[in-house]
Structure formats: structure tokens, C-alpha cells
Design a binder for this molecule. Structure first.
Ligand SMILES: [Zn+2]
Length: 174
């Protein structure tokens, strides 16, 4: 479906982030590009990421060898560990839950022949007032990532930041 709606996600913007929290794909499926949504509501920070299989493991089909199975398991573990996302130490954030969903790596190929990894995280932050910045190190964890589109929503507003491979810091609306 995403292949037929290349423009809609941008037009709907922040509204769709809130209204379609269950939607599987956060942004267009573009090789080399990851999408990250961050929303902060008092002590809770929710983070969603969508990463093309191409960028995570270098292929987008059900694993056909032990090597490919290992690659999917390793990418899943890397996402689950969440070391790619670093909140400021002073905010006192802890990772409460992490869910990683590979799509298109199971028995059947996805329509369109693409595959991605989606992940969702819930953080609890003791001092949300100090949650003014995030380090988003997806391009370090997955070197095939060249661009990361970060959508941010806090009580103080919303913003979109685009990171290229050499930058990783985003400021949150304050
Ligand atoms: Zn693809």
C-alpha cells in the first residue's frame, strides 16, 4: 500500500502520527532512509523506528541460508537493545519495553517485494524537563543508513529533523 501513497504521510504530518499510532509503516520505504517517531508525554517517551531490510541486513526476502537467518536475528537484537538511541543522562530515562517486528522475512514475501524492521520503545524518564536532546545513532548501528527522518512531538510542539550519516543529535521542542 505504501508504494501507492508516496505523498500522504507528509501531508498528514503530525496528525497522522497521533491518529495512526498503530500504523505499521512510519514513512516511505526508501533504501538508505530510516524513520523515527518520538513522542514525549510527561514521564513517558515513546519511540518508533522503521528501517528498510536493505539497510538492516542487506536483503529483503525470507532468509535462505543460516547466514541470512543470523543477520535477521542480529539486526533484531541490535534494535531491541536500543543502544542506538541515547537520551541525556540527566533526564533519568530507562527503557521500559522494546518490541521489534521484522516484516517480510517470514514465510511469505511482502507485497512489492520489500521488507522492513519496525521497532517500538517505551521509556520512562524521571526528569522529563531535562529531556531536551536525543542522540540518534542508527547510522552507526546500521552503516547502510544514510538518512534518518526524525519526527518529534512534545507538549511544547512538534518538529522534524533530518539527519545525514555524519550527524546524530536532535533537539526536542522545548
Ligand atoms: Zn526495499
Amino acid at each position: 500500500m505504501r508504494a501507492f501513497l508516496p505523498v500522504f504521510p507528509f501531508l498528514l504530518g503530525a496528525v497522522s502520527l497521533l491518529a495512526c499510532a498503530e500504523e505499521r509503516h512510519l514513512g516511505p520505504h526508501v533504501h538508505g532512509q530510516a524513520s523515527v517517531n518520538v513522542s514525549v508525554d510527561q514521564h513517558a517517551m515513546d519511540v518508533e523506528v522503521s528501517l528498510p531490510g536493505h539497510d538492516a541486513v542487506g536483503f529483503e526476502h525470507p532468509p535462505g541460508s543460516a547466514q541470512e537467518r543470523d543477520a535477521v536475528a542480529k539486526a533484531t537484537a541490535t534494535l531491541k537493545a536500543a543502544a542506538w538511541l541515547v537520551p541525556p543522562q540527566g533526564a533519568g530515562c530507562t527503557l521500559a519495553s522494546a518490541t521489534v517486528s521484522p516484516h517480510g522475512f517470514g514465510g511469505a514475501a511482502e507485497p512489492g517485494g520489500h521488507a522492513d524492521f519496525d521497532a517500538a520503545y517505551r521509556y520512562t524518564c524521571l526528569k522529563p524537563a531535562r529531556l531536551d536532546h536525543l542522540e540518534v545513532r542508527l547510522a552507526t548501528a546500521f552503516p547502510a543508513v544514510r538518512k534518518v527522518v526524525v519526527n518529534l512531538i512534545t507538549a511544547d510542539g512538534s518538529d522534524q529533523k533530518v539527519l545525514d550519516g555524519s550527524s546524530s543529535g536532535v533537539d526536542l521542542p522545548q
